[in-house]
Design a binder for this molecule. Sequence first.
Ligand SMILES: [Zn+2]
Length: 199
Amino acid sequence: MRPSGNPPSTPIGDGPIDDWPSRDLIGSDRSGLPPAGEKGDVDAVLAVLQEVPDPEVPVVSVVELGIVRDIDWVDGRLAVNVTPTYSGCPATEVIEQHIHEALVAAGYSDPLIQRRLSPAWTTDWLTDAGREKLRAYGIAPPVGSASKRSLTGQSDPVVPCPLCGSNATERVSEFGSTACKALYRCRDCLEPFDYFKCL
Ligand SMILES: [Zn+2]
């Protein structure tokens, strides 16, 4: 039973992204890019976007961040739908510009970058590869599922240290290097680290 008053949560990955064949996106072959202006290969576009980093965490691509929601062709023109990580995130316009530039450089003429605000992005959309890269970069990836947490009201999860793996960590500040991260400290290796907050 769902608690009354809460709207049904949107299943993660619902919508057009579900239609994408599941496969390892990172290893996609970049050859065979379609001629600009023709309806083309979604995988080829993904391969280009896989090379576009998140400005705030450059080890993670916009695809791994989960903000690329849909790829389509409108009258022969490539249209990419992007959902900002959170409304008002200052990086959003920069990300959209970088996506546009990367696609033009790859031969897509005048790609349309559209901002889709609903459903809102959640950290549940981070790919497994993206989470691994965050950890390798020294940023603790989000713990648990945003949709589950909103139902249970759970807070302050145990955040394993990305450097030594210890669970003996403590939150130092609600805000880390950016608003979507919190600053934590490890009591074992004594290193401070950013935690990518569960949103
Ligand atoms: Zn540690």
